[in-house]
Design a protein around this ligand. Sequence first.
Ligand code: PA5
Length: 424
Amino acid sequence: MIKLDLSHAKLNESPSAWKDKVASVDQELVNGTCKGNDFIGWLTWDKDYDKEEFARIQACAKRIQENSDVLVVCGIGGSYLGPRAAIEMVNGLYPADQKVEVIYTGNTFSSSYIAQVMNYIKDKRVTVNVISKSGTTTETSIAFRILKQFMEEKYGEEAKDRIVATTDRARGTLKSLADKEGYETFVIPDNIGGRFSVITPVGLLPIAVAGVNIEDLMKGLADGMVEYGSSNVDENPAYAYAVARRILQNQGYDVEMFVEYEPAMQKVAEWWKQLFGESEGKDGLGILPDSAVFSTDLHSLGQFVQDGKKVLFETNLYVDQAPIDIIFPHDDENLDNMNYLAGKSVDWVNKMAAKGTLEAHEVTGNVPNIILTMPGMTAYDFGNMCAFFFKAIAMTTLLNDSNPFNQPGVEVYKKNMFKLLGKE
Ligand code: PA5
């Protein structure tokens, strides 16, 4: 369970004062009468998910582990950030025992990037998982056509067994293409939007291929839905966090810097930025989601946080138990003068850096700090964290009276681009 500490957040009122409002918004959410109520399938997904499809995902992942060196995930936004975040968080950035490498394309128009991916996979045993709910996203469609031709050239008839499509149950170009070509398909539920879809086949297949236990992930999600299920803000840390953000915005803070101390969680921050930015940034409202990995970024952004304009508050995601710890070695010569740390745990050093930074930013820099602490970086923790942030973003956005589940703003660039590209 994620623990919340608001004692460094400099709130000028208690979240408890929002109790009635939170309870009434919670009722709208759980009764399905809130704004965007056709996209709240994630609320009960831990119970409703298709068990037969789940078993098929596990079988498909096993097959890919046996016959592939690389899984290419072709998707953008909600159709790739979640699986990438989970895989990197749980397995780390240089996993020694991950059987299949997972790489990502379909998330950019960069010709250099696409060409380098194709070059990287050319002599490897490859499976492709194309992921798109709409089935028409241009970045994904461009990369997938190139991948499809590559796979057909490399594998001939067998290509169709090495391409898996995750898309809408019945509609869209990708669904008809997949059916025509005979690809195995998995369903993105109608009532779960892209940025909430890591808990569906969108995330589950690539995550399982990477060897991460998806049963544990779903258990973490299910437990989280109970742990963050209360309508009482005093008993629900996800809702207290949601309210703290609203209070801080009322105090004039327009930027939230999401801070982790684990480089393997950098993609969790990217996933969080989409979840929060796309859900809340509308109707002229919202807090700009930003992120940093400390202590790395203390050597770049630290100056601004400490001394710059007071526009931001920090939300720290601490991890109680580092997946791997190392002991700093003694050196007889001590030429680097580092023996004062000999025999100490490096994770302890990291935690002391966090403590020192909190004091520097909160006390000296006068920057509000919210602290979230998760127990570890396991599949279970990832699922549990999804429940926490899903509940939090739904509540915090509904408190703004906005619809958390749409993203009308992202259509504008597409319209302009299609005009320039000459699309009919
Ligand atoms: O949250 C969202 O809905 C978006 O980020 C989508 O996931 C993203 O645009 C990709 O869309 P699609 O899955 O339809 O290709």
